[in-house]
Design a protein around this ligand. Sequence first.
Ligand SMILES: Nc1ncnc2c1ncn2[C@@H]1O[C@H](COP(=O)(O)OP(=O)(O)OP(=O)(O)O)[C@@H](O)[C@H]1O
Ligand SMILES: [Mg+2]
Length: 379
Amino acid sequence: MSIKKVTILEFAPTADEIWRISQHNKDGYVDYDAENGLVSILDTAHDAKLRPEILTVYAGGKATNVARVIDKIIDNESETQVELVTFLPPPQGPLCDFQISQINDVEIYPSTPAGIYIQCLQVMNLRNVKPRFEIVNEFEETCGMQVTRRCIEIIIKDTGTSLNFSPRIVWSQKSAEVVLSRLTKIMRSTDMVVIAGAPPVWDVEKGVSVIPHNFYAKIINLMKPECEMSIDVRGYYLHDCLIANKPPRFIFMNKDEFFEASESWKKLSGREFKGTLLVHDKDGCWVWDRILPKGDDLLAGADFFPSPKVTKVYSTIGAGDAMHAGFLKAWIYSGQEKDRLARSVTYSQAVAAVSVSNEKATHGINEYSVDNILKYVQH
Ligand SMILES: Nc1ncnc2c1ncn2[C@@H]1O[C@H](COP(=O)(O)OP(=O)(O)OP(=O)(O)O)[C@@H](O)[C@H]1O
Ligand SMILES: [Mg+2]
């Protein structure tokens, strides 16, 4: 079946900011003790305000990162439509009077200030992937719920280290159920669903059937039979998906995440599987197609694809997301060739290699990166 529509789901939207601070007598003092991994920052009682430089601000979240990379490497003439669906809170107070606006065919909805900001940032970043926003009335950001966020990465200049602040997304039981029912509609018109990252958390009420651990398995249940899922998530949230009648078509995880789920692999050892598992790290990618790993020597029995050699690694931030994006681009836009899987894995590694060898990591990937990607493919 050819894939006409791909839907990437963002449950944990964020406005990401990257700040840089330096050791400075006037603008605040910061120090890094590399041996103990400790950053010290002078407190404000000492009358020194930190004055970081704001390097960039962009729409983030793991699924948004995947969408941003796909956006740069797909052909805008393509017949396959790729959309990024983001779930956002409703407006309050005077913002209820905000009118729905359109930018480049994308509808921007009334939401909280953070919700509107995220919509604007996504529209700025995407040209070929179409953002679509779903306002969920149950997403009231009160009672401990947190449905949008700002993630801040503070780079300590000249030390090669950074601090990363990433608030969790916290839903309520009710809002998780409402999102699922909203997905029922969204799923009707799509051929491939893409999920990346851990699901939001919420206080699970007694006797309910939807919990964070089976949230992704519940989404699979909503998909029409021909629809497939590609997912990048640690094993923790996968057990129910692995034993489901219809598992995800592609599962991505890095090697640490894979070994973390050893108990699941032991239980399911060598089972037939209707999908493909791709485990990666800097050295390469281990692929199991139509079968799950065997319990004892977990990596044995996989097809191994070594990573392309990269002369200088600048940043591995988001490299896993770049890899997922590269795989999807290669898979979606190829025909039914016999080596479709192997070619898609090689392409995914080439996109990750371009990302790690760029100072701006995934943000350095643009329409001119395609030639570079092909160079790594040919290696
Ligand atoms: N030194 C390297 N040389 C070549 N490729 C690399 C290197 N480091 C990372 N990669 C590529 O980037 C991919 C993802 O890297 P990594 O293992 O950091 O993923 P991850 O931890 O899942 O990252 P993310 O934070 O994006 O989820 C690797 O599988 C590999 O293809
Ligand atoms: Mg990852």
